[in-house]
Design a binder for this molecule. Structure first.
Ligand SMILES: Nc1ncnc2c1ncn2[C@@H]1O[C@H](COP(=O)(O)OP(=O)(O)OP(=O)(O)O)[C@@H](O)[C@H]1O
Length: 241
């Protein structure tokens, strides 16, 4: 579904990612872990066309999307639910969903909106309320709902648990698992390492712009060295668990 090879990327002259290789298969949940500043958001931004690749390639659904613009990438079925949610605060919930409907897969706004409302009944209840008046958890649900309006084959989620209460985090992770079962591939950046590894199939650990460790999520969870490395020790060699 997604194949990244030898990716270097950054912002202007600032290089952030270095020789990153990563793959996501169909229906797979792939987790990206790493300390602050490791380059996790930059990796998602590079895939969705927000940050520029300076070397390497990004292939999605059999097509080369290296250097494609964000609107082209989303039209191909790759949706990005960004860090900080970035919903339209001064629009209602329903208006946020209208703005996110790009007609990619040909299904009507009403059909897609109703699917989002089924996943997140609270959004239906508050559909005419201002987004700015919703709790953090509800705003995260709206952010995911907006991404789903693009009928994605692959959904990228950047720290969906950030700042949320444990009960809401559980709810969001159940939805992520359901979305994966419904056939959507997931690329998940997450600080909540334990939960992410429980729900993921495969995981990559980034540090200082490089993939330092990768392997099946369960094996990474059991790897005693991971927490040590994760907590900041620089890893010089790539470890394949
Ligand atoms: N717009 C930008 N312009 C220049 N440098 C940036 C920009 N955004 C991020 N960076 C730098 O790129 C590096 C990686 O940042 P990135 O946000 O990708 O890390 P991250 O792993 O997502 O961290 P966090 O968990 O803190 O979000 C950092 O050194 C950061 O300062």
């Amino acid at each position: 579904m997604l194949k990244i090879a030898g990716l270097n990327s950054g912002y202007g002259r600032v290089g952030v990612l270095n020789a990153v290789d990563l793959e996501v298969d169909e229906r797979e949940i792939v987790v990206i872990l790493g300390p602050n500043g490791a380059g996790k958001t930059t990796l998602l931004n590079s895939i969705s066309g927000v940050a520029r690749a300076t070397a390497g390639s990004i292939e999605f659904d059999g097509k080369d999307i290296t250097g494609a613009r964000p609107e082209q990438v989303v039209r191909m079925g790759l949706a990005h639910c960004p860090e900080g949610r970035q919903i339209f605060q001064r629009l209602t919930i329903e208006e946020n969903l209208v703005a996110a409907h790009i007609g990619r897969g040909g299904r009507s706004f009403e059909t897609l909106r109703n699917e989002v409302f089924e996943l997140f009944p609270i959004l239906k209840e508050r559909r005419n309320g201002m987004a700015s008046r919703m709790s953090g958890g509800q705003q995260q649900m709206l952010a995911i709902g907006r991404a789903l309006m693009a009928e994605p084959k692959l959904l990228m989620l950047d720290e969906p648990s950030l700042g949320l209460a444990p009960k809401i985090i559980q709810q969001i992770f159940h939805i992520i698992l359901d979305l994966s079962k419904s056939g959507i591939s997931i690329l998940l950046v997450e600080q909540n390492v334990q939960l992410a590894l429980e729900c993921g199939d495969y995981a990559y650990l980034l540090n200082t712009g490089r993939v330092r460790v990768h392997g099946p999520a369960q094996e990474l969870a059991e790897h005693s060295a991971i927490s040590e490395h994760y907590l900041g020790g620089a890893i010089e060699e790539t470890i394949h668990v």
